[in-house]
Write a protein that binds this ligand. Sequence first.
Ligand SMILES: *Cc1c(COP(=O)(O)O)cnc(C)c1O
Length: 415
Amino acid sequence: MSSESTFGDYGGQYVPEALMPAIEELTDAYERYVLDNEDGFVDEFRERLADFGGRPTPLQYAEQLSERYDTDVYLKREDLVHGGAHKLNNALGQVLLAKYMGKERIIAETGAGQHGTATAMACAHLGMPCEIYMGETDIARQRPNVFRMRINGAEVNPVTTGRGTLKEAISETMRDWATTVETTHYVIGSVVGPAPFPAMVRDFQAVISEEAREQAQEKIGSLPDSVLACAGGGSNTMGAFANFVDDEGVDLYAVEAGGSSLSVDEEKGVAPNSASLSTGDEGVLHGARTKLLQDSHGQIMESHSVSAGLDYAGVGPELAHLVDEKRVQAVNVDDDAALDAFHRLSQEEGIIPALESSHALGFLHEHHDELGDSVVVNVSGRGDKDLETVIEETSKRDLDSAPDLSVFREVGGGL
Ligand SMILES: *Cc1c(COP(=O)(O)O)cnc(C)c1O
């Protein structure tokens, strides 16, 4: 592990002057506690990941999928982490780090509410006051997560600027941080933002591939031929890849949200996808140079995905670099294929995956004959949070894999 601040052409610290002291203090703390295990930080982090977080998560052999695809499919079960997704790995790491730094208050942004929920849980666990910034639009469409945050004792601050979504929530959290750096730590939710966040969040999530690598050697007797993970900002992705990057025989696939189409409407400033690695251009967003969905004037475009957690116009700088270097292949799967994969895993394996994770499973379905004899798919989270969306989106489509959902209409479920 190292504290890189740039990754090839990407990364850096494109922040206002007022934030530099906070960034420097955080870099120092990251190096001392996370990289050098000062005061036993790493030991305490590991212990809490186990006792509170439920780690290690299994690497499960998927019998039906393996038979269907004629290749050995292993699922890394991050859906079994406390809270239902990989997000706690990072939130717990950062809130604990803030405690070691002597901070008294935690702030975080959230889009769909998953990161806000994980941060609120970590704060309740560690006894830290917590404020979450969330766009007004997102608050309206993600009410259960707003309740979960409040129930765990966090304040939820509505952000009313712009479209009232994730981008504005991040800007507002950075604004808070600039004036409160002495007492406050900002827990960013993915491998994005200014250095040291991308490297630090990767290191907190790297436990996924640390476990998976060891488990694969035990179960397969060798390393897997391929590892698949969905990519929004790219934190479950970097976590699933980090310990395999130096293993040349292991192919790494970052599966982005292809949305409804890969083409963009420049005039409206809308991309009907979130495939920034596959279709984006270089630019600066939220403190880092990376690949972005932007128009010819450099304005950030509105992105789209059926899965809220992948719906982001940027991506982590290290992942962008690994794709440029051809170490990671950037691929994508559209909304239909992700929904299809959601139903397949639910019916054939008894696991309801998050819509985000369903993108990685959709890629497995479409390309299983190119992935070698053994494949690890990172199931980044569970899909309970997505049931409402899945029922609505499935009833608009004609999917082979979907169950008959007419019962929902018959009982007047509002569809
Ligand atoms: C938030 C989320 C993602 C996307 O975030 P990354 O930083 O790209 O990992 C993926 N899966 C689940 C379950 C999520 O909650």
